[in-house]
Design a protein around this ligand. Structure first.
Ligand SMILES: C[S@@+](CC[C@H](N)C(=O)[O-])C[C@H]1O[C@@H](n2cnc3c(N)ncnc32)[C@H](O)[C@@H]1O
Length: 229
Protein backbone atom coordinates (compact mmCIF):
# COMPACT_ATOMS: atom_id res chain seq x y z
CA UNK A 1 0.00 0.00 0.00
CA UNK A 2 1.18 3.50 -0.88
CA UNK A 3 1.71 5.61 2.29
CA UNK A 4 0.00 8.58 0.63
CA UNK A 5 -3.21 6.53 0.98
CA UNK A 6 -3.00 6.13 4.77
CA UNK A 7 -5.19 9.16 5.67
CA UNK A 8 -7.93 7.57 3.50
CA UNK A 9 -7.42 4.26 5.24
CA UNK A 10 -7.72 5.92 8.66
CA UNK A 11 -10.96 7.63 7.60
CA UNK A 12 -12.40 4.16 6.84
CA UNK A 13 -11.58 2.84 10.33
CA UNK A 14 -12.15 6.11 12.28
CA UNK A 15 -15.35 4.98 14.03
CA UNK A 16 -13.75 1.76 15.32
CA UNK A 17 -10.26 3.19 15.87
CA UNK A 18 -10.37 3.87 19.62
CA UNK A 19 -12.18 0.65 20.49
CA UNK A 20 -9.72 -1.43 18.48
CA UNK A 21 -6.73 0.43 19.88
CA UNK A 22 -7.77 -0.45 23.42
CA UNK A 23 -8.72 -4.02 22.49
CA UNK A 24 -5.60 -4.83 20.46
CA UNK A 25 -3.19 -3.24 22.92
CA UNK A 26 -4.96 -4.71 25.98
CA UNK A 27 -5.49 -1.07 27.05
CA UNK A 28 -1.75 -0.36 27.16
CA UNK A 29 -2.23 2.44 24.59
CA UNK A 30 -3.77 4.63 27.29
CA UNK A 31 -0.74 4.25 29.56
CA UNK A 32 1.71 4.92 26.67
CA UNK A 33 0.05 8.26 25.91
CA UNK A 34 -0.20 9.11 29.62
CA UNK A 35 3.52 8.42 30.00
CA UNK A 36 4.33 10.82 27.17
CA UNK A 37 2.22 13.59 28.73
CA UNK A 38 3.69 12.98 32.22
CA UNK A 39 7.27 13.14 30.92
CA UNK A 40 6.67 16.28 28.86
CA UNK A 41 6.71 18.62 31.91
CA UNK A 42 4.26 20.94 30.09
CA UNK A 43 2.99 24.11 31.73
CA UNK A 44 -0.70 25.13 31.58
CA UNK A 45 0.20 27.93 29.13
CA UNK A 46 2.57 25.84 26.94
CA UNK A 47 1.74 26.01 23.25
CA UNK A 48 1.40 22.35 22.29
CA UNK A 49 1.09 20.79 18.82
CA UNK A 50 0.03 17.14 18.44
CA UNK A 51 0.87 16.01 14.88
CA UNK A 52 -1.08 13.08 13.37
CA UNK A 53 -3.53 13.58 16.22
CA UNK A 54 -6.05 11.08 14.82
CA UNK A 55 -9.00 10.85 17.21
CA UNK A 56 -7.22 13.31 19.51
CA UNK A 57 -6.25 11.17 22.51
CA UNK A 58 -2.88 12.83 23.18
CA UNK A 59 -4.34 16.34 22.75
CA UNK A 60 -7.23 15.38 25.07
CA UNK A 61 -4.84 14.00 27.71
CA UNK A 62 -2.93 17.33 27.76
CA UNK A 63 -6.14 19.37 27.98
CA UNK A 64 -7.61 17.14 30.73
CA UNK A 65 -4.43 17.75 32.74
CA UNK A 66 -4.75 21.55 32.43
CA UNK A 67 -3.13 22.61 29.12
CA UNK A 68 -5.00 25.60 27.62
CA UNK A 69 -3.44 25.88 24.17
CA UNK A 70 -3.37 22.57 22.30
CA UNK A 71 -3.53 22.14 18.52
CA UNK A 72 -4.20 18.75 16.92
CA UNK A 73 -3.31 18.31 13.25
CA UNK A 74 -4.19 15.42 10.94
CA UNK A 75 -4.78 14.77 7.24
CA UNK A 76 -7.80 12.52 7.70
CA UNK A 77 -11.17 14.30 7.85
CA UNK A 78 -12.79 11.16 9.32
CA UNK A 79 -10.33 10.94 12.22
CA UNK A 80 -10.64 14.69 12.90
CA UNK A 81 -14.45 14.47 12.95
CA UNK A 82 -14.24 11.73 15.57
CA UNK A 83 -11.74 13.81 17.59
CA UNK A 84 -14.07 16.82 17.47
CA UNK A 85 -17.00 14.76 18.83
CA UNK A 86 -14.87 13.56 21.76
CA UNK A 87 -13.55 17.06 22.51
CA UNK A 88 -17.05 18.54 22.57
CA UNK A 89 -18.37 15.76 24.76
CA UNK A 90 -15.58 16.47 27.27
CA UNK A 91 -16.14 20.27 27.10
CA UNK A 92 -12.56 20.83 25.95
CA UNK A 93 -13.30 22.85 22.82
CA UNK A 94 -11.84 26.06 24.30
CA UNK A 95 -8.54 24.26 24.97
CA UNK A 96 -8.07 22.17 21.82
CA UNK A 97 -8.15 23.40 18.23
CA UNK A 98 -8.13 20.85 15.39
CA UNK A 99 -6.67 21.52 11.96
CA UNK A 100 -6.50 19.52 8.74
CA UNK A 101 -3.00 19.55 7.33
CA UNK A 102 0.06 17.54 6.42
CA UNK A 103 2.82 16.59 8.82
CA UNK A 104 5.22 16.96 5.89
CA UNK A 105 4.36 20.61 5.40
CA UNK A 106 3.21 21.98 8.75
CA UNK A 107 1.13 25.16 8.27
CA UNK A 108 2.92 27.05 11.08
CA UNK A 109 5.77 29.56 11.27
CA UNK A 110 9.19 28.54 12.59
CA UNK A 111 9.45 28.50 16.40
CA UNK A 112 5.73 28.54 17.21
CA UNK A 113 5.34 25.76 19.80
CA UNK A 114 6.86 24.91 23.21
CA UNK A 115 6.08 21.23 22.77
CA UNK A 116 5.43 19.05 19.71
CA UNK A 117 4.18 15.47 19.99
CA UNK A 118 3.41 12.69 17.53
CA UNK A 119 1.90 9.37 18.63
CA UNK A 120 1.95 6.39 16.26
CA UNK A 121 2.03 8.78 13.31
CA UNK A 122 5.68 8.96 12.21
CA UNK A 123 5.60 5.37 10.91
CA UNK A 124 2.80 6.33 8.52
CA UNK A 125 4.62 9.23 6.86
CA UNK A 126 6.14 8.73 3.40
CA UNK A 127 9.23 10.72 4.48
CA UNK A 128 10.34 10.26 8.12
CA UNK A 129 13.25 12.75 7.92
CA UNK A 130 10.99 15.44 6.52
CA UNK A 131 8.36 14.80 9.22
CA UNK A 132 10.93 15.11 12.01
CA UNK A 133 12.58 18.21 10.54
CA UNK A 134 9.18 19.89 10.13
CA UNK A 135 8.35 19.21 13.80
CA UNK A 136 11.79 20.52 14.85
CA UNK A 137 11.29 23.63 12.69
CA UNK A 138 8.07 24.70 14.44
CA UNK A 139 9.55 24.20 17.94
CA UNK A 140 10.73 27.24 19.88
CA UNK A 141 14.35 27.18 21.09
CA UNK A 142 14.57 24.81 24.11
CA UNK A 143 11.19 23.35 23.14
CA UNK A 144 10.86 19.56 23.14
CA UNK A 145 9.69 16.99 20.62
CA UNK A 146 8.17 13.72 21.88
CA UNK A 147 7.66 10.77 19.52
CA UNK A 148 5.69 7.71 20.58
CA UNK A 149 6.06 4.87 18.11
CA UNK A 150 5.89 1.10 17.81
CA UNK A 151 9.17 -0.79 17.86
CA UNK A 152 10.37 -4.39 17.93
CA UNK A 153 11.29 -5.88 21.34
CA UNK A 154 15.04 -6.46 21.81
CA UNK A 155 14.53 -9.78 23.67
CA UNK A 156 14.39 -12.72 21.20
CA UNK A 157 11.62 -14.59 23.02
CA UNK A 158 9.43 -11.51 23.36
CA UNK A 159 10.16 -10.72 19.71
CA UNK A 160 8.94 -14.18 18.69
CA UNK A 161 5.63 -13.84 20.52
CA UNK A 162 5.19 -10.30 19.28
CA UNK A 163 5.78 -11.37 15.65
CA UNK A 164 3.02 -13.98 15.97
CA UNK A 165 0.73 -11.37 17.47
CA UNK A 166 1.43 -8.95 14.59
CA UNK A 167 1.21 -11.51 11.78
CA UNK A 168 -1.75 -13.57 12.97
CA UNK A 169 -3.80 -12.00 15.75
CA UNK A 170 -3.77 -8.39 14.55
CA UNK A 171 -5.12 -8.88 10.99
CA UNK A 172 -7.68 -11.42 12.27
CA UNK A 173 -9.00 -9.18 15.06
CA UNK A 174 -8.91 -6.19 12.69
CA UNK A 175 -11.06 -8.06 10.16
CA UNK A 176 -13.50 -9.29 12.81
CA UNK A 177 -14.02 -5.98 14.59
CA UNK A 178 -13.40 -3.27 11.97
CA UNK A 179 -14.25 -5.12 8.76
CA UNK A 180 -10.88 -3.98 7.35
CA UNK A 181 -8.24 -6.72 7.38
CA UNK A 182 -6.28 -4.49 4.98
CA UNK A 183 -5.88 -1.73 7.57
CA UNK A 184 -4.57 -4.12 10.21
CA UNK A 185 -2.28 -6.06 7.85
CA UNK A 186 -0.89 -2.65 6.91
CA UNK A 187 -0.38 -1.89 10.61
CA UNK A 188 1.67 -5.07 11.09
CA UNK A 189 3.85 -4.53 8.01
CA UNK A 190 4.40 -0.86 8.87
CA UNK A 191 5.73 -1.91 12.29
CA UNK A 192 8.15 -4.47 10.78
CA UNK A 193 9.35 -1.99 8.15
CA UNK A 194 9.84 0.99 10.46
CA UNK A 195 13.21 2.38 11.54
CA UNK A 196 15.05 1.05 14.58
CA UNK A 197 15.76 3.24 17.60
CA UNK A 198 19.27 4.23 16.44
CA UNK A 199 17.91 5.37 13.09
CA UNK A 200 15.12 7.47 14.66
CA UNK A 201 17.61 9.06 17.06
CA UNK A 202 19.95 9.76 14.11
CA UNK A 203 17.19 11.60 12.23
CA UNK A 204 16.31 13.62 15.35
CA UNK A 205 19.96 14.71 15.72
CA UNK A 206 20.20 15.54 12.01
CA UNK A 207 17.20 17.85 12.48
CA UNK A 208 19.20 19.84 15.02
CA UNK A 209 17.67 18.33 18.16
CA UNK A 210 19.91 17.82 21.20
CA UNK A 211 19.63 15.91 24.50
CA UNK A 212 17.96 13.10 22.58
CA UNK A 213 16.95 9.99 24.52
CA UNK A 214 14.57 7.09 24.17
CA UNK A 215 12.72 4.80 26.59
CA UNK A 216 11.43 1.28 25.96
CA UNK A 217 7.80 0.89 27.02
CA UNK A 218 6.11 -2.50 27.60
CA UNK A 219 9.18 -4.67 26.85
CA UNK A 220 10.08 -2.47 23.88
CA UNK A 221 6.93 -2.90 21.77
CA UNK A 222 6.68 0.89 21.96
CA UNK A 223 9.46 3.47 22.21
CA UNK A 224 9.16 7.01 23.54
CA UNK A 225 11.75 9.35 21.99
CA UNK A 226 12.48 12.88 23.03
CA UNK A 227 14.78 15.65 21.82
CA UNK A 228 15.24 19.33 22.58
CA UNK A 229 15.75 22.20 20.14
C1 LIG B 1 -2.14 5.47 13.95
S1 LIG B 1 -2.95 6.99 13.84
C2 LIG B 1 -2.41 7.77 15.34
C3 LIG B 1 -3.46 8.65 15.96
C4 LIG B 1 -3.17 9.19 17.36
N1 LIG B 1 -1.99 10.03 17.39
C5 LIG B 1 -3.07 8.11 18.40
O1 LIG B 1 -2.21 8.21 19.28
O2 LIG B 1 -3.89 7.19 18.39
C6 LIG B 1 -2.01 7.82 12.61
C7 LIG B 1 -2.64 9.12 12.10
O3 LIG B 1 -1.72 9.76 11.20
C8 LIG B 1 -2.49 10.45 10.22
N2 LIG B 1 -1.62 10.77 9.08
C9 LIG B 1 -1.07 9.91 8.19
N3 LIG B 1 -0.30 10.60 7.31
C10 LIG B 1 -0.38 11.92 7.67
C11 LIG B 1 0.20 13.11 7.17
N4 LIG B 1 1.02 13.09 6.10
N5 LIG B 1 -0.06 14.27 7.79
C12 LIG B 1 -0.89 14.32 8.87
N6 LIG B 1 -1.48 13.22 9.39
C13 LIG B 1 -1.21 12.03 8.79
C14 LIG B 1 -3.62 9.49 9.92
O4 LIG B 1 -4.71 10.14 9.31
C15 LIG B 1 -3.94 8.95 11.33
O5 LIG B 1 -4.97 9.69 11.94
Amino acid sequence: MNKDDTPELFSVIATHYDFLNHLLSFNFDRTWRQRLVSLSCFQPDSRILDVCTGTGDIAIEFACRGAHDVTGLDLSAGMLARAQQKIEKLNLATRIKLEKGSALNLPYADMTFDLVTIGFGLRNLPDYARGISEMARVLKPLGRLFILEFSLPPNKLTYGFYSLYLKIYLPLAGRLFSGSARAYSYLASSIFNFLNQKEVIGLMRESGLRNVFCLNLTAGVVTLYSGQK
